[in-house]
Write a protein that binds this ligand. Sequence first.
Ligand SMILES: [Ca+2]
Length: 293
Amino acid sequence: MIEYLDSNFRIYKELAFKSNFSMLLKIQWIKLLDEIESNLTKDNTRSLVFFSKMHECLDIITDFFTYDNQGVQLDFLCSIEKFKQLKRYLNYSRMDTQNLIQLYYQEMIEIQNSLRFGDYGKLICRACYHCKEQILAVEILKCKNILPMDQNGLSDPYVEIDLKPKFVFLSCDKQTTSVVKKTLNPVYNETFDFKINEKCLNQTGNVIHFTVMDHDLMWTNDFEGEAFLDLSSVPKLKGDSSDINYKDLKYSELLLIRPKDFPSKIIDVLEYRKDQDKLALEFLKERKDKLYI
Ligand SMILES: [Ca+2]
């Protein structure tokens, strides 16, 4: 392909004015990105080797188009949104599954922090870490303005609290608040302890995962929304837990989100791996119920 482009561009270069030639290169660049993207999404059975080759291919084409600064400016090539997306996607495809999963939770935290308004209500909670006892304490205060899930225009909400990624917190089980019946503004005032090592608080991509559900007696419980709290933002308390004045600890107001509103390329990459990769499969299984609601 490079040979083809080279010989054709040589002809154009001789015939066209410099500005026209540069315009032609830019148009061709965007067309090529379309072509690469359509190849990536055509088939579900792409292997890691395939992704790696596509990444190499993108690098070679980038070099060709910039041509030692005599072609299109690298800044222009890199400024195209499709190029950024492709590059990110192909970078993901070269990362190992554990890193990808941690990056996914990091993405969720970034989304969470960037939002000013939400459609699914909010969760008010706070957390702190007791260094001496190695206990993470998570307090669920209340939810506000969640969506009605039942025919009476209300819900029976409860909150699941879990630490993610699962492979980091293997010995921590999910914990659950009580169900508050027939309300869109449930108050819980419940605290949950998790025994974890302090170093888990320093690793990016480690999060507290909150899932708000509507309890149903007859049917499957409904997903209201979820929220994430970065473990590295949790204050570390040095004294004994009995000495601590909890009034000084601030509450966080977390907007509930639904992952279908923020499709992630990381999910696509893990989908390709799931048949050979148990970790990817388990992660997707756990996320699956929420991804498309
Ligand atoms: Ca219900």
